[in-house]
Ligand binder design. Sequence first.
Ligand SMILES: [Zn+2]
Length: 378
Amino acid sequence: MDTSLRYGGDSSALRFTTNDNNNPPAVKYAGDVTALKIHVKQKLRIHSNTQLQLNGELDTGKGAPTFVCALVRHFYPDLSASLGAGLQYDRNDKLFCTVRGKKAYPVASSRFVNFVLKGRCDIDRELEPTPNGALELVWNVLDFQKDQDVRLKLGYEIVDKIPYVQIRENNWTFNADINGRWNHVPILTDDAADVVRWKDVHGNAIDFSIREASRSIIGIDPLVPWTKFVWFKGHVPKFSFCMWTACCWRLPTQDRIGTWFSGSTSLSCALCDECIDSHDHLFFGCTYSREVWRRIKVEFGLFGFPEIWTDIMEVLCDNRGPSKMVHRLALSGTVYHIWRERNRRLFRDVKQLPIVTYRQVRDQIRLYTASWRIGKKT
Ligand SMILES: [Zn+2]
């Protein structure tokens, strides 16, 4: 017993491949995605050289079967031939008998090159015959490469007068005819796991990854010069996210919010209550945040590092930012905790002294650097 499943669109170019006795389990995908079809075939061996072949095709676009067919086939190994007869029911509610035959002729005593003659005749209920047939030159190349067999088929549909070509490899089949119809048929194997593939920005099919999906959707932009001072090895995600937002000047500070609500005059810095807050004010023009930042600079040896955000960004953009991980953590950790304290005061009406915020920053950085060193050793 043999079962095959094919998934695809326009299968007319494959009309004869479905009758191939050695047709392996396959999933077919065609360019016409509006006409996806699922093809199922099952073979039941009746006798050593005789089998009952059941196959059908479901058109997913129409939600109805394209056809169902039951065929008894007998093989004549000595003659390299087969004969079949059965019934087929198609989408037009047509029930008809079908008779099919196939014979191979070796070329120049080579068993790898054959002429194949195929014939088929459908007879409907009015006994009206519809003949069809094809001539094929088939070239089998065993071990084309290591563990790779290839079959090249050049064919000609006699009634429709359509030349076609088929290339089959162990894992795929490619079909095309002179009318431009084509499809690619990857072959399913039970012992191989499914793999998710992704078309990258260059159009190449590659293994799926979040990184590539992001690149395809968002695009590849040039790196900003301050990236390594934000997303460095050992960074703390919540620190870096806040720092990154601040570097982009995208924190919702009051100077930005004020432009959203024209006429509002009630805004003032939650830390010092002297003016509305802004990136320059919060980092670290404000008396509150400046005290925290100065203590942190002394604690971690960041002497000479600027205190105004515009100057800090200039240093980072000039690649003169802190080189040590602990210094980068000190900067991003201070930015995070200043922003956190500002929001606590604004939205929860909870306040703490600068010395407390400084200790929080200091203790967290010590904790992170210590755990990072332990993790590095283990
Ligand atoms: Zn302030």
